[in-house]
Design a protein around this ligand. Structure first.
Ligand SMILES: Nc1nc2c(ncn2[C@@H]2O[C@H](COP(=O)(O)OP(=O)(O)OP(=O)(O)O)[C@@H](O)[C@H]2O)c(=O)[nH]1
Ligand SMILES: [Mg+2]
Length: 201
């Protein structure tokens, strides 16, 4: 079974994307496998509503460990299973909090083992907040992803103001990668994500 890693800066919507993508595919419940940094594993079954409420947050660094769910995606002949990993948020530079540094290490260590990389960028309020550019860590992820087969860039939060400027910037500056505008909150653009993931797996 192929695995996909959802990666990106903190608060960009990685966890909400994973949960709502499961919901979009028809799942009413998810079985979440949490991989703690000390190697322990924990399984938790929960409803989509519960998962959204307790796993996704407006606060930064909500996700502290790798956590995965199995999804089945329609392909040409039937369905195929895929394991989707949600990860802790990355940041530019070295984070002062050791716990967060360890989480970042766990995410990066898993990067090489991933068949598919789903890189999320928050493109809302693009011009005012990010001074018209994406962060260094996002640029590095794009450079890394370009060399891999299964790399998809999701421009998230298209429901918020100025997102069109962000999409324009990405499409102009990174012409040779697959960029899909989405709203993880409203499950917009998910058909396109499903289509492209099903081609890769
Ligand atoms: N308006 C809007 N808000 C979104 C969207 N996607 C996520 N959010 C919000 O952004 C915040 C962060 O979402 P999370 O899913 O927790 O983000 P994350 O990337 O997993 O964050 P960390 O685990 O902290 O790294 C929450 O308040 C979400 O409701 C979107 O498409 N539109
Ligand atoms: Mg998260």
């Amino acid at each position: 079974m192929k695995n996909a890693l959802i990666i990106g800066q903190t608060n960009v919507g990685k966890t909400l994307f994973m949960i709502n993508f499961a919901s979009f595919l028809g799942f009413k419940k998810i079985l979440l496998k949490i991989s703690y940094k000390d190697g322990k594993l924990l399984n938790k079954e929960m409803s989509i509503e519960y998962a959204k409420k307790y796993l996704s947050s407006k606060d930064q660094y909500k996700t502290e460990h790798l956590q995965s769910i199995k999804l089945s995606i329609p392909v040409q002949k039937g369905k195929k299973e895929i394991k989707i990993y949600d990860s802790s948020g990355l940041t530019d530079g070295i984070h002062p909090d050791m716990k967060i540094r360890e989480s970042i290490l766990q995410t990066l260590a898993f990067l090489e083992d991933s068949d598919i990389i789903i890189h999320l960028i928050d493109i809302s309020y693009f011009k005012s907040i990010k001074n018209g550019s994406i962060s260094e860590i996002d640029k590095q992820l794009i450079t890394y992803g370009k060399g891999k087969n299964g790399y998809i860039l999701l421009a998230n939060k298209t429901d918020l103001p100025e997102s069109h400027l962000g999409i324009k910037y990405l499409k102009e500056n990174f012409k040779d990668i697959l960029i899909i505008p989405i709203s993880a909150l409203y499950k917009k653009g998910f058909e396109e994500v499903k289509k492209n993931v099903s081609i890769i797996i």
